[in-house]
Design a protein around this ligand. Structure first.
Ligand code: FES
Ligand code: FES
Length: 224
């Protein structure tokens, strides 16, 4: 049995396990309508029904953070969310993070620059979590310990976290340099303040620790 809310009436609704429910949600800017089993997880809906396999599934019980997406602008575990619970919501996955022009989101760029990954399995979840933290105003003067605490909702079994911490600092810098998100994709003037300086170049801040890898991994290889 699954509970939800009837959008038409606003009344609580109880679904049986084999019920199918019509849902509508906006995913990465596109309106998606579907009929889903009442107990289908949002992570399964994204991956298996829509082919958005950038959202990874690790533990399936809310511990590892690999399945993190943004639900109405806030990071959420898609393995702990039913697709019916996302009815009427805005969902953003890692596939929707880069600009329509292909310009990487500051967190994607920083993870690439700082080589904040090894196998890449945890990476989409980290990227979505860090993007959420930055949206909420993550300050750049936190100690490494404080920053690691903020990142504790995501697990990585490869990297030892050092480069992930560095990439998070770098992402804050890049985000500040870029300013607020631009509404239209074709407005950036050549070099119009959107080009990133050398990693860790900002003065008066904690150093990012990012070494600026010269062998950059391709972003799309991490999303399988
Ligand atoms: S798969 Fe969702 S938290 Fe691990
Ligand atoms: S890079 Fe392998 S789990 Fe994080």
């Amino acid at each position: 049995m699954t509970s939800g809310t009837d959008r038409a009436t606003g009344e609580p609704q109880v679904y049986e396990a084999d019920d199918r429910v019509d849902v509508t949600m906006t995913i990465n800017g596109e309106v998606v309508r579907a009929s889903v089993p009442a107990r289908m997880l949002l992570s399964d809906f994204l991956r298996h029904e829509l082919g958005l396999t950038g959202t990874h599934v690790g533990c399936e019980h809310g511990v590892c953070g690999a399945c993190t997406v943004h639900l109405d602008g806030r990071p959420a575990r898609s393995c702990l969310t039913l697709a019916v619970q996302a009815d009427g919501c805005t969902v953003r996955t890692v596939e929707g993070l880069a600009a329509p022009t292909g310009e990487l989101h500051p967190v994607q760029q920083s993870f690439q620059e700082c080589h904040a990954l090894q196998c890449g399995f945890c990476t989409p979840g980290f990227v979505m979590s860090v993007a959420g933290l930055i949206d909420e105003g993550l300050p750049n003067d936190l100690t490494d310990g404080e920053l690691r605490e903020r990142l504790a909702g995501n697990l990585c079994r490869c990297t030892g976290y050092q480069n992930i911490v560095a990439a998070t600092r770098r992402a804050i810098e890049l985000n500040e340099q870029r300013g607020p998100p631009q509404p239209a994709p074709r407005q950036s003037a050549p070099g119009g303040g959107r080009r990133a300086p050398a990693p860790g170049a900002s003065a008066g801040r904690r150093p990012t620790g990012c070494t600026g890898s010269t062998t950059l991994p391709r972003w799309d290889r991490w999303m399988c």
